[in-house]
Write a protein that binds this ligand. Structure first.
Ligand SMILES: [Zn+2]
Length: 326
């Protein structure tokens, strides 16, 4: 995979630390919030390189950079040792923070998946976060702030990595995911993270679900067909959330088309397919999108999947007929 640096170098978060480094005022504790859990530790390493590298912002080639990349830098320690943060990790981190750096003039601690820290572990870390030993920097990373104590949050500088734009993701992943049509489809339905796009790119079911969603919009014309389509959706009952996201994206594109804004549809191949959907007006597409939001809420409250899908499809069709009459 290409270096994540290519994605991060133009983000606001990266620029904030770059500026701090330039003015000699690197903070002693950061919290990087990024939805991409699978790549979180690697993303935090890029931030560590930015702070540690003496050659650039960062250069990616010097001894510091290469040692951090390979996880062998004696002054850059990565936690947790397993896949979630344990109290032992924090005890070890605190002890290590009092040992002077060997290679360089500073010590950097990466604490990935900080959202998995239990309360005692968070409390233990507070003092180090507030007043770390000299030349110590902590880079916490979390997929969400939820679960972190306000006392932890108030002691760190928050850096938010938002979802990347479709253009940036396509450019970044085009080598690794060479089928461009497939990549564009995955990017247009994913959550803006690298791992989210890769998951959809590799997932055969995603493609099937996408063509089913298009078929619902194009071919479901009468209430007699609703049960038939609901049955098809239920083949993917383990992936109802993915189904809702993909249907939402398909309807989002249909909304652009009904509003005569088709230039806003990112994946041009979608336009031709969706132009075959007849009878939708802007109001009925908006209605369908609202129904999807409600469906998500119902799903959270453990609604029966089959009944939910039938309710949703009936609602979409009903809305279509209602707005046709207006
Ligand atoms: Zn370097």
């Amino acid at each position: 995979m290409k270096k994540l640096f290519a994605l991060l170098e133009n983000t606001e978060g990266f620029n904030i630390i770059k500026r701090e480094k330039k003015s000699g005022a690197v903070s002693h504790a950061y919290l990087v919030v990024c939805a991409d859990g699978e790549n979180l530790t690697e993303i935090l390493k890029e931030f560590a390189k930015l702070i540690a590298c003496k050659e650039g912002a960062p250069c990616g080639k010097c001894r510091d950079c290469t040692l951090i990349d390979s996880g062998a830098h004696s002054d850059v320690l990565v936690y947790p040792k397993t896949d979630s943060v344990k109290t032992e990790d924090i005890v070890d981190l605190i002890e290590q923070s009092y040992i002077k750096p060997i290679e360089s003039d500073k010590k950097i601690f990466i604490l990935s998946h900080a959202e998995t820290m239990n309360l005692p572990a968070q409390n233990k870390l507070l003092k180090t976060l507030e007043e770390p030993p000299k030349n110590v920097h902590l880079i916490l990373g979390a997929t969400t702030e939820y679960g972190l104590l306000p006392t932890v949050l108030s002691r760190v500088k928050k850096i938010e990595i938002k979802g990347f734009s479709e253009e940036v993701l396509i450019d970044f992943l085009s080598e690794e995911c060479p089928d461009l049509v497939r990549l564009k489809e995955a990017v247009s339905c994913a959550d803006g993270t690298v791992s989210g796009v890769k998951r959809l790119y590799e997932d055969e079911k995603f493609r099937e679900i996408k063509s089913l969603c298009e078929s619902i919009v194009i071919d479901m014309l009468s209430s007699k067909q609703v049960l038939h389509f609901a049955e098809k959706v239920m083949v993917y009952k383990e992936e109802i959330e993915l189904f809702l996201s993909v249907l939402e994206r398909v309807l989002g594109n249909l909304l652009y088309i009904t509003a005569e804004q088709e230039q806003l549809v990112k994946n041009k191949a979608d336009i031709n397919a969706l132009k075959r959907a007849t009878g939708f007006k802007k109001g009925s597409v908006l209605n369908a999108l609202e129904l999807i939001c409600t469906a998500r809420k119902k799903l959270k409250f453990n609604a029966n999947a089959q009944m939910l899908v039938e309710w949703l499809l009936f609602g979409i069709l009903e809305g279509k007929h209602k707005w046709q009459k207006l």
